[in-house]
Design a protein around this ligand. Structure first.
Ligand SMILES: Cc1cc2nc3c(=O)[nH]c(=O)nc-3n(C[C@H](O)[C@H](O)[C@H](O)COP(=O)(O)O)c2cc1C
Length: 332
């Protein structure tokens, strides 16, 4: 039985990757993930804002030093992110993780505009990152922005991160773009090697007692899987990009669903946060059992079997099926 797969050109022993989360900044946690069977780990994000704050601070200190001010040395970087102080600490985390683990270490660079922060991709590569995940988290609140402009922004960020790095680049995308298939092709043409489907947008709620906005990161549930599953299925086999199914993976069955849709790899964060790293072993055992029971000898044998490209019932993705479903009424 082979669980082996390829993601972003990396050979993985199985399809399950520990998605970006704060605990992945701790070496002992990363080791526990590896021991539990993780095929690769994604480090928590280094944010554009953090890089820009560091750069501003550096310029300030250098400016003061130029004026020979003794207080210059008293300025210290502000800690943003779980891995310590400053973006240099992030590069150090990559170095330490790379040395400590034998599985691929994927660094995460998180931002929204095409600017100097993407140059950090090069420093991440130099620090030993096996690949870089670009998390482009952008909510187009400006009503004047067109869909084309938003997609140009994504494409520009990828092109600028690609300049000067040889390691694979993946893009963690929002599902809320107007033409995802076309955007995927553009991202590939601009140097991306894969997509993570999807980023979860922070969606606010209202507290009716205080009449205030409430915000917070909630752990996912498998109920969030259908949207990324749909797009994994629609893109699989039709793009040269590797695909990582992400969001809602809490069991071996959830891994199976993304693989059947055509994902090359599957990511999980909430399940690890909820149950701990050893839960990965259980999910992988469940995957193995599912394959054994159906006499599949490898993940490769079943990957993409339910993708759109291999479907004999593509009409099920279209309007006739939609109308029929509405007429039939809700599923019990
Ligand atoms: C507490 C928490 C922190 C996270 N931090 C990051 C991060 O730094 N960078 C990132 O790209 N995603 C981050 N994520 C998103 C996860 O990597 C993942 O994409 C998302 O939770 C959906 O996967 P899941 O359903 O397996 O949780 C975070 C998620 C949680 C719950």
């Amino acid at each position: 039985m082979s669980l082996a797969t390829h993601y972003l050109g990396l050979s993985l022993k199985n399809p399950l990757i520990a998605s970006a989360a704060p605990a992945n900044a701790q070496l002992d946690h990363l080791r526990r993930l590896e021991d539990a069977g993780a095929a690769a780990v994604v480090l928590p994000s280094l944010f554009q804002e953090q890089i820009e704050a560091d750069t501003e601070l550096e310029e300030l200190i250098l400016g003061r030093m130029a004026h020979n001010s003794p207080e210059a040395s008293s300025y210290l970087p502000v800690a943003i992110g779980p891995y310590g102080v400053g973006s240099e600490a992030y590069l150090d985390l990559i170095r330490r993780a790379h040395q400590a683990l034998s599985i691929p270490v994927i660094a995460s660079l998180n931002g929204a505009t095409e600017a100097g922060w993407t140059e950090y991709a090069r420093l991440m590569e130099q620090a030993g990152a096996d690949a870089i995940e670009l998390n482009i988290y952008f909510v187009p609140t400006d009503l004047a922005l067109t869909g084309q402009q938003v997609e140009d922004r994504y494409a520009g960020i990828v092109a600028s991160a690609r300049r000067g790095v040889a390691v694979p680049l993946s893009v963690k995308l929002s599902p809320f773009v107007s033409a995802l298939g076309n955007l995927a092709q553009r991202l590939h043409d601009n140097g991306a090697n894969g997509l993570v489907l999807f980023n979860r947008l922070i969606q606010p709620d209202y507290d009716l007692a205080s009449m205030r906005l409430t915000q917070g990161v909630h752990l996912s549930t498998p109920a969030e899987m259908p949207l990324p599953l749909l797009w994994t299925s629609l893109l699989a086999g039709r793009t040269k990009l590797s695909l990582a199914g992400s969001t809602g993976v809490h069991s071996g069955d959830d891994i199976v669903k993304y693989l059947l849709a055509g994902a090359d790899a599957v990511m999980t964060a909430s399940a690890i946060l909820r149950y701990g790293p050893s839960y990965m072993t259980r999910m992988l055992d469940e995957l193995r059992i599912w394959l054994e029971v159906r006499a599949f000898h490898s993940v490769a044998d079943m990957r993409g079997l339910l993708s759109w490209a291999r479907s004999r019932h593509r009409e099920r993705y279209g309007r006739p099926s939609y109308i029929k479903m509405l007429e039939t009424g809700p599923v019990a």
